[in-house]
Design a protein around this ligand. Structure first.
Ligand code: MG
Length: 378
C-alpha cells in the first residue's frame, strides 16, 4: 500500500490522479488532498474519497465540512498547504498545483521527506538548483508527471547518462498551430482554450498556444535530466503520440509513444518502476514531425535564452507569463499581448544570478503585482 497526497486534486491532473486512486484501491491509500474554489466539485470529491487531511482554498466552507466529515482534519489557504505536506504520515506528494504557488509546498514536502511526483513545472523553472540540492540533502526522489518528461525518463531507464547525445521534446503546436502570426491578432479566448489533442487546465492550454509551455518544459528538462540546453531539442509533432525521444551516441534513438492520456504518465510515476495494467486505445497511424519554427513561436526561443542565463530570469519570465495569461483569461488583453508582456518584462529586468529562495518568491510576487497594477486589473 502506497500513501498518496494530491496538491490540486480538483484540477485536471488531480482529477485524473483520483481516477487512478479509485482504480487501484488495493495499492494506493489517499491520505491528503488540497481542493480549489469549485464547491460542487469539492463536495463530490469529499463524498467519494475518505482522506485524513484536506486543505481548502479559503475558510468559507471549513465549518460545514468539519461537521459533515468529523474524522477529517480541515486546513485552509497557503499555510494549510504546508500543514498538508507536513502531515506526519509517510507518502508521496503529487504536486498538480498550477503556477508559482506550487514551489513552496514542494520544498516543504521534500523537507518532510516525502517523494515528489511533479506536474507543477514552476517548481523547477523557478528554483531548479535549490530543489536539486534539497533532494540530495533530504534523500528524496522527484519523478516527472509531465508527459514529455515521463517519456524521456522512460527512455533513459537502464541507460548510462553520458551516452546520451540529446533529448527531444515534442510539441503539438497548440490551438492556433494552423494560423500565421498575422492571423493571431484577433483570435478569441474560446478558440485559444480549444486544444486539438489534450484536455487540460486553462493556464496550460493557453501556454500551449503561445508555446510558453514548451519553453517551461525545456527548462524543466534541463534540471530533471542534468543536460545543457544545447542537448535539449524541441520538434513539432501534431499527433501528440511520440512524447519524447532520446538520441544515444551509438546512433540509436529511443522514443516513448502512447495515446494523449495523462493517466499513463501519472500511473507510471505512481508505481515506478512497476508498470500497472491500463486500458489504452492507441492506434498507430501516420506520424509527422516538423522542425520547430522559432519565428512563429518567439516565446520558446526566449525560454532557451532565459534558461541559459539562469538566476532570477526564469522566475521573471514565468511570473510575467502567469500574470499575462490571467489577464488574457479574464479578457483584459489580447492573445499577442501575452508575448509582448513577457518580452518587455524580461528585457527590462536586472538579473541576479544567485538568488535565494526568498528573493525568488519575492520577485515572482513583485513582477505579477506590477503587471496587474499596470493594467489596473487582474
Ligand atoms: Mg507537457
Amino acid at each position: 500500500m502506497k500513501n498518496i497526497y494530491i496538491l490540486g486534486a480538483a484540477g485536471s491532473i488531480g482529477l485524473q490522479t483520483l481516477d487512478l486512486v479509485r482504480k487501484h484501491k488495493k495499492e494506493l491509500n489517499l491520505v491528503g488532498i488540497s481542493l480549489g474554489n469549485n464547491h460542487a466539485l469539492n463536495e463530490e470529491i469529499l463524498s467519494t474519497h475518505k482522506v485524513s487531511i484536506v486543505c481548502l482554498r479559503s475558510q468559507e466552507y471549513m465549518e460545514k465540512y468539519q461537521i459533515e466529515y468529523p474524522n477529517t482534519t480541515f486546513v485552509h489557504g497557503d499555510e494549510g498547504l504546508l500543514d498538508l505536506v507536513r502531515y506526519p504520515i509517510k507518502g508521496a506528494v503529487v504536486n498538480a498545483l498550477s503556477g508559482s504557488a506550487g514551489l513552496i509546498p514542494t520544498i516543504e514536502a521534500i523537507k518532510s521527506r516525502k517523494d515528489i511526483l511533479l506536474a507543477n513545472k514552476e517548481t523547477l523553472v523557478m528554483a531548479g538548483d535549490i530543489i536539486k540540492k534539497l533532494l540530495n540533502n533530504y534523500n528524496v526522489k522527484l519523478y516527472p508527471i509531465d508527459s514529455e518528461h515521463s517519456a524521456i525518463w522512460q527512455c533513459l531507464q537502464n541507460e548510462v547518462s553520458d551516452t546520451v547525445d540529446k533529448i527531444v521534446i515534442t510539441a503539438s503546436g497548440g490551438s492556433f498551430r494552423d494560423l500565421s502570426r498575422n492571423d493571431l491578432k484577433h483570435v478569441r479566448l474560446e478558440d485559444a482554450l480549444n486544444h486539438p489533442n489534450w484536455s487540460m487546465g486553462d493556464k496550460i492550454t493557453i501556454d500551449s498556444a503561445t508555446m510558453m509551455n514548451k519553453g517551461l518544459e525545456v527548462i524543466e528538462a534541463h534540471y530533471l535530466f542534468d543536460l545543457p540546453y544545447e542537448k535539449i531539442e524541441t520538434v513539432l509533432h501534431k499527433e501528440s503520440a511520440v512524447h519524447g525521444l532520446v538520441y544515444f551516441q551509438d546512433g540509436s534513438i529511443k522514443a516513448c509513444i502512447s495515446s494523449s492520456d495523462m493517466r499513463i504518465p501519472i500511473q507510471y510515476a505512481l508505481f515506478y518502476p512497476h508498470r500497472m495494467p491500463y486500458e489504452s486505445k492507441f492506434v498507430l497511424t501516420d506520424l509527422t514531425f516538423k522542425q520547430m519554427d522559432f519565428k512563429r513561436y518567439p516565446l520558446l526561443s526566449l525560454a532557451y535564452k532565459v534558461g541559459e542565463t539562469g538566476g532570477l530570469l526564469p522566475t521573471v519570465m514565468n511570473a510575467a507569463n502567469e500574470a499575462a495569461v490571467k489577464l488574457f483569461l479574464n479578457q483584459h488583453i489580447s492573445f499577442l499581448d501575452i508575448e509582448k508582456i513577457v518580452f518587455d518584462t524580461v528585457d527590462s529586468f536586472n538579473n541576479n544570478l544567485y538568488p535565494t529562495l526568498e528573493e525568488i518568491i519575492q520577485t515572482d510576487d513583485i513582477i505579477q503585482q506590477s503587471i496587474f497594477k499596470h493594467y489596473g486589473k487582474r
